[in-house]
Design a protein. Structure first.
Length: 213
């Protein structure tokens, strides 16, 4: 049975867990450097990557609590692995990714897809509202709190009251996870942190499960 940890978000500083292995976002300045055309093509062909992303997408669906036909913005969608799962469950999905080649792949899957920075959501989708916002394996690229604040403000602007925001990402530490959650709470959201396999570092997966105030 999968072990799950639900935590109300507390801001007391404590050491908690820290990821020992270095990931690309720890050593590279931005995803452009890592996601070359060659890397994107490799990513889009990878069965292992697809299965891993699909598994997380199914978990995200458990938190969404939306009706079929609802509109979703998938932030950091990549080539559309997660979007395919949401679409298969009846959601209308718009893909957003910073990397043009990723969006090219998503469009090949017949998604409405936009090249853009998650820090500029308000500008990219001015006047548009979504029923929910989801993001898988993307937010860890943003380390600066002011930039995370821009992400939170942008998402707030495209959601109505009490609409869901589900973010899965890979923080470097439990403290970074809490600090990121705090930014969203300070900018119009409420919710909790859910951690799957909290005691198994290799399998540990964290989610911010939130709603707009």
């Amino acid at each position: 049975m999968k072990k799950i940890q639900r935590k109300k978000i507390k801001f007391k500083k404590n050491k908690g867990w820290t990821v020992k292995n270095n990931r690309p976002e720890e050593s590279l300045e931005n995803p452009y450097i890592y996601y070359t055309n060659e890397e994107v093509n490799k990513y889009a062909r990878s069965g292992g990557m697809r299965r891993a992303q699909e598994k997380i997408a199914y978990r995200v669906l458990e938190f969404l609590e939306l009706k079929k036909g609802s509109s979703l913005l998938d932030i950091g969608s990549g080539p559309g692995y997660t979007a395919e799962i949401y679409r298969s469950k009846g959601y209308k999905v718009t893909c957003l990714d910073l990397i043009p080649k990723m969006i090219e792949k998503a469009k090949e899957r017949k998604f409405e897809a936009v090249v853009g920075d998650m820090k500029n959501i308000q500008g990219l989708f001015a006047g548009k509202k979504f029923d929910g916002v989801v993001s898988v394996s993307a937010l860890q690229w943003i380390k600066n709190k002011q930039e995370i604040k821009k992400v939170a403000e942008g998402i707030y602007s495209i959601l109505d009251k009490n609409k869901p925001l589900i973010i899965q990402f890979y923080p470097k530490s439990e403290q970074e996870l809490k600090e990121t959650a705090k930014v969203f709470i300070q900018n119009g959201f409420h919710g909790e942190i859910i951690t799957d396999y909290p005691d198994i570092p290799k399998n540990r997966t964290v989610y911010l499960v939130m709603k707009r105030n």
